[in-house]
Design a protein around this ligand. Sequence first.
Ligand code: FMN
Length: 499
Amino acid sequence: MSKDKKMEVADNLREFMDILREAGELLEIKREVDPCLEITEIADRAVKEGREAILFHNVKNSPFPLLINMFGSKRRMELSLGVNDLNEIGDRIMDLMKFKKPEKFSDKFDILPKLMEIAKYPPKTVKKAPCQEVILNNEEVNLDLIPVVTCWPKDAGPFITLPMVITKNPETGIQNIGMYRLQKYDKTSTGMHWHLHKGGAKHYKMYKEKNISRMPVAVAIGGDPASIYSASAPLPPEISEYIFSGFLRRKNIELVKATQSDLLVPAEADFILEGFVDTSEELKLEGMFGDHTGFYSLADYYPVFHVTAITHRKNAVYPTTIVGIPPMEDAWMGFATERIFIAITRILIPEITDFHMPPEGTFHNLIFVKIKKEYPGQAMKVMHGIWGLGLMALTKIIVVVDDFIDIQNAQEVWWYALANIDPQRDIIFSKGPTDILDHASSEFAFHTKMGIDGTKKMPEEGFKRQWPDVISMDSAIKEKVNSYYSEIMKDSKHGKGFR
Ligand SMILES: Cc1cc2nc3c(=O)[nH]c(=O)nc-3n(C[C@H](O)[C@H](O)[C@H](O)COP(=O)(O)O)c2cc1C
């Protein structure tokens, strides 16, 4: 598929697999594989080798095929969101926010159509939906039907890893959709691993405070890839993931009322698990689980999700992922989040020109930020801004560099930052909430943070000597060498350089 072609956007997993097939991005395996550990070993190798998405047609003891690694490359992330380049989405958001000063009265209304684009594709509700082609109630409910993967040897059981967990704010009725793993306990119940800082956990707390014991929950699995991705996106609370995925797709998504509650679920999903969390019930031990940090996250107590109905498409496909020592498939989901949310970050902290979360930092451990520095202490101002911003507040280490550095190139960032610091002067420590998966913090969910100011220093920042220039070649010489370099190198082997 040509990169310039107008991108299609998939309405469901089947259409997405067609797009992947056409792009040469889908590997279909007919051989029987075991969902217990064996799929992980294959997927772990495949993602690290930069291979295609894999559709396992024949999963041991399951009637359903299993799709893995569907987001596991930059190209597939772009295909899943229907763009040629992930930066297009950040640019669209930035464009929405660029308000020019009104010159005449009628200009005051010009921004409205732009802002309306965010809500231009609101979800549509339908009466009949593919996700309800088969409805299983009461004794028919059996999670064993789904090929849930046991990922790693010390995992406490099989885990559903790409779910869209749908809950409703009991006061406003606004739904939240979050991706929280579900440990399968038995045929009708799972764990509900929403972390303390997440939308689902906040709703749970509200139900509990109101003494409402039965909290309706629905879990969608599969469906259109943009909606699956949106469940993992760090949207501000009360911004609907359905509206966000409509915005990403430039196309509405269809919703249908769940069969046992008034929750609205994606009509094109492959499976819907309907049920409830009982807020008066004791929490249950969840985990261990081989996590995206590359370590087993320790067992802890979480609510139980009781499944009272399973609905599914007749030809459902079960999508899943594995996490583990990075880089894994979720690194590409995180990369999409970075490219999309840069726009919002720049609106709130305007001197940031770009940021990058390298996969080895597993999202919360490390952020590289580059800024246009204009005044003393600005790098530190930016650090404090990030530590106050949504889920970015969980960041453990922030490295700030100047604007001309290639922020996606970790070697360049470290070279520049390490050269520019006098540790005692340029490193600050702070305290705040941590990602609850941080096993090194002395306290649960609370830790110290470090900011490294790798920018060029100003006299007011305590630097009184002369600052040296960064080496760079004369542009005329560069152009001259450009004109013959490939010619003189044509017989040379292209190695990997130092690394
Ligand atoms: C594959 C994958 C698995 C995840 N598992 C969890 C999880 O078990 N618990 C959790 O709180 N967040 C998990 N996350 C992160 C959340 O999905 C993410 O923070 C999201 O923004 C939460 O949505 P919310 O802000 O609406 O709560 C996971 C993300 C991915 C990509």
